[in-house]
Design a protein around this ligand. Structure first.
Ligand SMILES: *Cc1c(COP(=O)(O)O)cnc(C)c1O
Length: 236
């Protein structure tokens, strides 16, 4: 990246931070209660380093091999890596213990494998349960009707800590259209907390096009890629 590309990235990052802080204030929330995950999938390590230079410390990746390669390339960087992509159960062993948070637990078999294959020296793996909030057949996520049973089963596993819920609503050009889905995820979280007598502090929701609405509806983790890094190269 040349200096002007780096400067432009810094400006875009600052603009996203401003939008999130504004949305938090509108909702009567504290800006620091919303964490921005910079989604760096398909962007090179140089882009991660540039964002790091502007103070970004949390990065989200979707593809297992790419994510692990970037971690290996940046071993001493003081950052938190989040796994936000769908992971096949046979790759659970590759991700467990390697991410501060795995957002995409949507079935028990995957959760069991994460727990069983967690390296001995890592006490717990934090996870979110991904809900298929728009009931879209092509999307990952547990059906909302199956969520309570999945939550109970995952909570019973050793060494996994369920921190909350994640969703990826249907795509709309207008972020306002995603708002009811975000409100629904929060409602599902509140119901689960009451039903199971637990705390689920995290709601991972909102992307470039709808992060403002997500924050207004209670997001604690927003996953923004394009608005920080620009358009993504096509996956080969
Ligand atoms: C790619 C991706 C994002 C970021 O999307 P943008 O529209 O580029 O901000 C967020 N969440 C998930 C799960 C993604 O796969």
């Amino acid at each position: 990246m040349n200096p002007s590309e780096t400067a432009a990235l810094g400006e875009r990052l600052e603009a996203v931070r401003g939008r999130l802080a504004g949305a938090a204030r509108i909702a009567g929330r504290k800006p620091e209660d919303v964490r921005l995950i910079a989604v760096s999938k398909l962007h090179p390590v140089e882009a991660i380093l540039a964002a790091y230079g502007f103070g970004q410390r949390v990065f989200g990746e979707n593809y297992v091999q790419e994510a692990l390669a970037k971690q290996e390339a940046l071993p001493d960087l003081d950052v938190e890596w989040h796994c936000i992509g769908h992971v096949q159960t046979n790759k659970a062993k590759d991700v467990t213990g390697r991410f501060a948070l795995i957002h995409t637990v949507d079935n028990l078999k995957f959760a069991e494998t994460l727990a069983r294959r967690l390296p001995e020296d890592i006490p717990v793996q934090r996870v979110l349960l991904q809900v298929n909030i728009g009931n879209e057949p092509q999307k990952a996520g547990v059906d909302e009707h199956d969520l309570p049973a999945l939550a109970e089963a995952v909570l019973a596993l050793p060494r996994l800590e369920v921190r909350g819920l994640m969703c990826l609503p249907p795509f709309f050009d207008d972020g306002e259209a995603a708002r009811p889905y975000f409100a629904r995820l929060r409602e599902l979280r509140d119901d689960l907390e009451a039903r199971l007598g637990i705390k689920l502090p995290e709601l991972s929701m909102g992307m470039s096009g709808d992060c403002v609405q997500a924050v207004e509806e209670g997001a604690t983790l927003v996953r923004v890629g394009t608005d920080i890094f620009g358009p993504r190269p096509v996956k080969s």
